[in-house]
Design a protein around this ligand. Structure first.
Ligand code: NAD
Ligand code: IPM
Ligand code: MN
Length: 358
C-alpha cells in the first residue's frame, strides 16, 4: 500500500503534550509493520496563532489540508485567551463541517486495569459505540441576536435536521450494529419535549430500521438514557444520537468506563472524498496543562483508529491497530499510569511504555 499523508495539528493545552506520544506510538507501529506514514505538522488551529493573526487558521486552510489522507488532531481551546465558540468554530467545527465528517464514532469500553466508578463492572460489561451526528443538528450557525443589551434582547438559535443528514448517520449506525455480535441499536431521542426535530428523528429511525430486520433496536429519551448509561451500561451496543446529545453521551460513557483521558474518536468522511480527523474526546484541559501528567491513551487510541480507517482491511494495518490496542491494554494493567488513573507517571513515561511494547 502507498504512503499515507497525515496532517498533524496539536492545538492547545494538553493537545501539545499528548500529540508527541501519539506520534511516538504511530512511528513505532509503522516501523514494526512496514507502514509508510508521512507526517506534516501545522502550527495553526490554536489560540496562540489566533492571538498573532486574529483568526485560528490561514485563509487557504481548506486547500492546504484537503489532499491529506487524514488529520491527526490534539485539542483546541484556551478560554482565558479566546472565547471557546471562536476558537472551536474557527477550527475543529470547521473541519467537521467543511470536510463533511458527518460521523463521529466514539467507542466506550471498560479496559482492563482501569478502575471503574460503577460498582461490580468488569471489562466486557461496558463495550459500545456512540455514533454521533457531526455536521448539523443543534450545532448550527442559524440564528441571531436582536435588541442587544436592552431589556428586549432576543436570542434565537435554530437546530437543523435534514433528511440526508439524519438518514446517513442512521444508516452508518445500523450498518455498524449489523456488523456486531449483539446487533443492537439504541436511538437517543427527546421527542416528548423537543416537539419538532425529535419526532422527525424518531420517524427516520423507524424508516431506517425497516431496512435492518436483523438489528434489534429501541429508543430512549436522552435524560433516562443518561441514567441507564450509569445503571446498566452492559445493555448498550450502538447508540446513535444527534450532535448535542451525542456530545454529552460521549463524555458520560467514558466517565462510566473510568476516565475520559482514554476516550478516542474518529470524525469520519466515510466516502473518503475528503480527509477524516482522529482526535481524543477530551479537550485541552487547561487545569492540568504544563505538568506533563495528561493521559496520552486517548491520543494513542485515536491513532489506532486512524490506521484502521486508512488501511481499509490491509493486513499490516489491521496488525498495527491490534498491536497498539494490545500495548495500550498491557500498560493500563501493568502501568506506568498517569494520575487520572491513580498513578504517578508522566505523559511521556506512559507514551514511551506503550511505544516500547511495539
Ligand atoms: P476537558 O476535556 O479539556 O477537561 C475536562 C476535565 O478532564 C479536566 O479536569 C481535565 O483535566 C480532565 N482531562 C481531560 N483530558 C485529560 C487527560 N488526557 N488526562 C487526564 N485528565 C484529563 O474539557 P473542558 O475543561 O470542558 O474544556 C477545556 C477546553 O478544551 C475548552 O476550551 C473546551 O472548549 C476545549 N475542548 C476541546 C475539545 C476538542 O478539541 N476536541 C474537546 C472538549 C473541550
Ligand atoms: C467534542 C467537543 C467539541 C464538541 C467542542 C470543543 C466544540 O466537546 O469534540 O466532544 O462539542 O463537539
Ligand atoms: Mn464533547
Amino acid at each position: 500500500m502507498s504512503t499515507h499523508r497525515i496532517a498533524v495539528i496539536a492545538g492547545d493545552g494538553i493537545g501539545k503534550e499528548v500529540m508527541p506520544e501519539g506520534l511516538r506510538v504511530l512511528r513505532a507501529a509503522a516501523a514494526r509493520f512496514g507502514l509508510q506514514l508521512e507526517f506534516t505538522t501545522f502550527a495553526w488551529a490554536n489560540c496562540d496563532y489566533y492571538r498573532e493573526h486574529g483568526q485560528m487558521m490561514p485563509a487557504d486552510w481548506f486547500d492546504q489540508l484537503k489532499g491529506f489522507d487524514a488529520i491527526y488532531f490534539g485539542a483546541v481551546g484556551w478560554p482565558d485567551a479566546v472565547p471557546d465558540h471562536i476558537s472551536l468554530w474557527g477550527s475543529l467545527i470547521k473541519f467537521r463541517r467543511e470536510f463533511d465528517q458527518y460521523v463521529n464514532l466514539r467507542p466506550v469500553r471498560l479496559m482492563p486495569g482501569v478502575p471503574c466508578p460503577l460498582a461490580g463492572k468488569k471489562p466486557g460489561d461496558i463495550d459500545f459505540y456512540v455514533v454521533r451526528e457531526n455536521t448539523e443538528g443543534e450545532y448550527s450557525a442559524v440564528g441571531g441576536r436582536l435588541f442587544e443589551h436592552t431589556e428586549r434582547e432576543l436570542v434565537l438559535q435554530e437546530a437543523v435536521f435534514t433528511r440526508k443528514g439524519v438518514d446517513r448517520i442512521l444508516q452508518f449506525a445500523f450498518e455498524l450494529a449489523r456488523s456486531r455480535p449483539k446487533k443492537h441499536l439504541t436511538s437517543a431521542t427527546k421527542s416528548n419535549g423537543i416537539a419538532i426535530s425529535m419526532p422527525y428523528w424518531d420517524e427516520r429511525v423507524k424508516a431506517m430500521a425497516a431496512h435492518y430486520p436483523d438489528v434489534r433496536w429501541d429508543q430512549y429519551h436522552v435524560d433516562i438514557l443518561a441514567a441507564r448509561f450509569v445503571l446498566s451500561p452492559e445493555r448498550f451496543d450502538v447508540v446513535v444520537a444527534s450532535n448535542l446529545f451525542g456530545d454529552i453521551l460521549s463524555d458520560l460513557g467514558p466517565a462510566c468506563a473510568g476516565t475520559i483521558g482514554i476516550a478516542p474518536s474518529a470524525n469520519l468522511n466515510p466516502e473518503r472524498t475528503l480527509p477524516s480527523l482522529f482526535e481524543p474526546v477530551h479537550g485541552s484541559a487547561p487545569d492540568i496543562y504544563g505538568q506533563n501528567i495528561a493521559n496520552p491513551v486517548a491520543m494513542v487510541w485515536s491513532g489506532a483508529m486512524m490506521l484502521d480507517f486508512l488501511g481499509k482491511g490491509d493486513a499490516r494495518y489491521v496488525q498495527a491497530h491490534d498491536a497498539i490496542m494490545h500495548a495500550i491494554e498491557t500498560v493500563l494493567v501493568q502501568g506506568p499510569r498517569t494520575p487520572d488513573m491513580g498513578g504517578t507517571a508522566s505523559t511521556t513515561e506512559m507514551g514511551m511504555a506503550i511505544a516500547a511494547l511495539l
